[in-house]
Design a protein around this ligand. Structure first.
Ligand SMILES: NC(=O)c1ccc[n+]([C@@H]2O[C@H](COP(=O)([O-])OP(=O)(O)OC[C@H]3O[C@@H](n4cnc5c(N)ncnc54)[C@H](OP(=O)(O)O)[C@@H]3O)[C@@H](O)[C@H]2O)c1
Length: 223
């Protein structure tokens, strides 16, 4: 069974930061970013969310655009993609607004960590990412959006499991250390091809890249 298609969707600052220097919840994107985020959600069967991102934000983004909701209904898909929370600890406060949001919640975590926490309809084991993605494909989920944060994105990029990047470049410099990939991450050589660049208004720019499976050799430039 082919692995699900995985698209990483992030809003990043001009200096490639995902969060403010103090590490709090990032609120980077404006109206244009919100629209392209919702477009990605409308494409997706499910969204992967790191537990730390969820703890900091308290909830996840929902599709609100009436045209996007109408199209999902026409396709007989649920209004919102499934939320797949990734956690080792399973420590998620059931009072988070996330647990009141109108969507289905599944938990991805290592085996043997006790009963399923309140608020989740199902759990899938996370022993390794290729196996977990296969299990998601077997459950009928073929289009996944990865909503971060950096720790989660780093793992999947390191294992070359991310097929596409959707980045909104936001007109701020944040400084600090919270790059959109962990600083110590080692990566195999890789190359991406630009599929779309779209000004979003509000000085934001959408960039969509797709992974080249056989990386093109780096260009040789004159000295
Ligand atoms: N600008 C944007 O678009 C955007 C998007 C998302 C996030 N953010 C920002 O990113 C920051 C959070 O990112 P982060 O890198 O610190 O954390 P993260 O990636 O959101 O979450 C890390 C947590 O995910 C769980 N996890 C990760 N890998 C796992 C694995 N292999 N197996 C089981 N569980 C695993 C663990 O949860 P447990 O602790 O429960 O074990 C870990 O503590 C926040 O500042 C947020 O605002 C920004």
């Amino acid at each position: 069974m082919p692995a699900p298609e995985l698209r990483l969707v992030l809003a990043v600052s001009l200096d490639g930061r995902l969060a403010p220097a103090d590490g709090g919840a990032a609120q980077l994107g404006g109206r244009g970013d919100r629209r392209v985020l919702e477009e990605a959600l409308a494409w997706a069967d499910a969204c992967l969310i790191g537990a730390r991102t969820l703890r900091l934000h308290g909830s996840t983004c929902l599709i609100h655009g009436q045209d996007l909701l109408a199209e999902r209904r026409r396709q007989q898909r649920p209004d919102q993609p499934l939320a797949l929370v990734v956690s080792r600890s399973g420590a998620l406060d059931p009072a988070l607004p996330f647990f009141q949001q109108p969507l289905q919640r599944w938990l991805l975590r290592p085996r043997g960590l006790g009963p399923l926490p309140t608020g989740f309809a199902r759990e899938l084991p996370l022993e390794g990412w290729p196996e977990a993605l296969q299990a998601l494909a077997a459950a009928g989920l073929t289009r996944l959006v990865l909503l971060g944060g950096a720790e989660l994105a780093g793992q999947l990029l390191q294992q070359q499991l991310v097929d596409a990047l959707q980045l909104t470049l936001c007109p701020q410099l944040l400084g600090g250390t919270h790059s959109w990939l962990p600083a110590a991450l080692g990566l195999e050589p890789n190359r991406w091809t630009l599929e779309e660049q779209r000004p979003l208004g509000g000085d934001e720019l959408l960039l969509r890249y797709r992974r080249l499976r056989a990386p093109a050799p780096a260009p040789v430039l004159p000295p």
